[in-house]
Ligand binder design. Structure first.
Ligand SMILES: Nc1ncnc2c1ncn2[C@@H]1O[C@H](COP(=O)(O)OP(=O)(O)OP(=O)(O)O)[C@@H](O)[C@H]1O
Ligand SMILES: O=C(O)[C@H](O)[C@@H](O)[C@H](O)[C@H](O)CO
Length: 161
C-alpha cells in the first residue's frame, strides 16, 4: 500500500513471484470511469472507491490460500474493508515523500494512466497505517531487491509491527 508511485506494483510482483503467490493488481479493478477520472487529474472519492474495494475484497476471498495485492489502501476505512475480507491480512506500507513520488509519477507519465496532477491529493488522502496491526513500514526509495528481502523475512518471522 501507499501513494501513487511508491512502488506497490513493482514490489508486489516480486514478492508474489518469490512467495509463489497469486498477484492481484489493484489498478486492474478500478472502473473505467475511475480510470478516466484519474487520467484527467480528478481525484477519486470514497464513493468512487466503494465498488473497487468490494471487488478487491471478493478477489481476496477467492484466494483464501494467500495472494499479494497491490492497492493504495490510503485510508484506514479502506484497509478495514480489506481486512474484513481477509482476516489476518498484512500490509506493507511503502513510505515515500511527496517530492520523490512526484518525480516517479512524472517520469512514468508517458506509459501510465495516472495524472501527474494527482500526487498532492494522494498525500492529502493518506492516513498512515503505522500503529495498526500487521503493518511493515519500508523506505520506498531502497533498492527493490532489498525491499523484497525485507518482506520475505517479515513473512517468515511472523508478525512485526
Ligand atoms: N524501490 C524502487 N527504487 C527505484 N525505483 C522504483 C522503486 N520501486 C518502483 N520504482 C519505480 O517507480 C515507478 C513507480 O513504481 P510502481 O508503478 O511500482 O508504483 P505504484 O505504487 O504501483 O504506482 P501506481 O499505483 O501509481 O501504479 C516505476 O517507474 C518504478 O520502476
Ligand atoms: O486510491 C487511489 O487513488 C488509486 O488507487 C491510486 O492510488 C492509483 O490507482 C494508483 O496509485 C495508480 O497510480
Amino acid at each position: 500500500m501507499g501513494v501513487a508511485g511508491c512502488g506497490k506494483s513493482s514490489l508486489a510482483a516480486l514478492v508474489a513471484q518469490t512467495q509463489g503467490l497469486s498477484l492481484i493488481e489493484g489498478d486492474d479493478f478500478h472502473s473505467a470511469d475511475s480510470r478516466a477520472k484519474m487520467s484527467q487529474g480528478i481525484a477519486l472519492t470514497d464513493a468512487d472507491r466503494e465498488g473497487w474495494l468490494s471487488r478487491l475484497g471478493e478477489e481476496l476471498r477467492q484466494h483464501a490460500d494467500g495472494a499479494v495485492l497491490s492497492c493504495s489502501a490510503l485510508k484506514r476505512q479502506y484497509r478495514e474493508r480489506l481486512r474484513a475480507a481477509a482476516p489476518g491480512l498484512r500490509f506493507v506500507f511503502l513510505e515515500i515523500d511527496r517530492e520523490q513520488a512526484q518525480q516517479r509519477v512524472t517520469a512514468r507519465a508517458p506509459q501510465h494512466f495516472f495524472s501527474t496532477r494527482l500526487v498532492d491529493s494522494q498525500f492529502a488522502t493518506l492516513e498512515s497505517p503505522l500503529g495498526e496491526e500487521r503493518v511493515l513500514r519500508l523506505d520506498a526509495t531502497a533498492p527493490l531487491a532489498r525491499l523484497q528481502a525485507e518482506v520475505d523475512a517479515w513473512l517468515k518471522q511472523g508478525e512485526t509491527a
